[in-house]
Design a protein around this ligand. Sequence first.
Ligand code: PGA
Ligand code: ZN
Length: 425
Amino acid sequence: MTRIETIEAYEILDSRGNPTVRVSVELDDGTFAGASVPSGASTGTREAVELRDGDVTRYGGKGVLKAVAAVNEVIAPQLGGCDPSHQREIDELMLNLDGTPTKGKLGANAILGVSMAVARAAAYSMRLPLYTYLGGLASTRLPMPMMNVLNGGKHADNNIDFQEFMIVPVGAPTFAEALRYGAETFHSLAKLLKAKGYSTAVGDEGGFAPHLESNEEACELIVKAIEEAGFRPGRDVAIALDPAASSFFTKDGYVLSRSGMGNKSSDELIDLFDRWLDLYPIVSLEDCLDENDWSGFSSMTAELGGRVQIVGDDIFVTNPDLIRRGVEEGAANAVLIKLNQIGTVTETIQAIDICRSAGWRYVISHRSGETEDSFIADFAVAMGGGQIKAGSVCRSERIAKYNRLLEIEMELGASAVLQCALKPL
Ligand code: PGA
Ligand code: ZN
């Protein structure tokens, strides 16, 4: 039987130049594998704890040497000698070592780094691609990409309140074609922005971050970009939004101050998106309300859930208990899945299982702070949910995921399917 020989963590940088954790695992058969942990900006308050040093003399307090030490000094000595294919036991052992409900002692960034690196090492040792190891031989479903082409909110310094305006190539026959539809639309959007004298500098996830007249103009420009790239809006390429509403929710309600739209109540925001569904080819709406606005989420799902995918991100934070509550309350019909919100591969799979039993959809997602690690590409194919959100069609930390999916599609050959969970309009 193969056993874990060494586990070693170290500090690397993410796509924003902030420290994050990378973990290397070596097995006694000579297999060597690593994994890097991403980091969010518009984080949900109930996410598992990302341990940062708080030492202002290093990286403004954002160092992760404590999390690195947790791996090297606490986790590694316990996992030496374990069978790397016993993922659930290994993850449980780390949860017990941490002993807190939030993973605040060792850090979710320490625990997840080990969890992912162990999975990858086990796969390599069995000479299986990671997606086959995690999902089995039936893992042939490529995810439909949601590509974030216009950035606002916490991901950009512009006047757009809503964080993400994404394109979804719903009419594409293969993943490679979906990526081409996306890239061509992205370049057509660049031309449009330039022609209007807007900036084509990009935000954290590689989408453009111009100062626009309004939030509406973002949707209008995207529709135009889709047309000018030669695609049919809604049929070939649709729109998905993630306003990340927790980031503009205050005691005065939803404050759309950047764009000058004023303050809105939950009901007014639902009405706004109801109108937008008539105006624009929108197939998915994520975090349109605050993470604590459970009743708003339920009303929104009751009113719009039959017409559009309603995704919960900050409200559920990939937490099985919160997703269960969401299912009971009809608070959405889909969940955004981020490994580092919950902190282990096993619990992430449990969260997905709850979605599956409830008939909910799930979207595997990157974070705004990413690395070149393409773990989520394999994970999305393994989980078979048919959707991935991995940023725009530029910046290599985003493209790494898309390029890995191209490679998987090629490897799967004729058995690969891009089965779109989101129906073209
Ligand atoms: P984050 O943003 O990684 O900054 O949290 C992504 C999202 O809100 O979906
Ligand atoms: Zn989100």
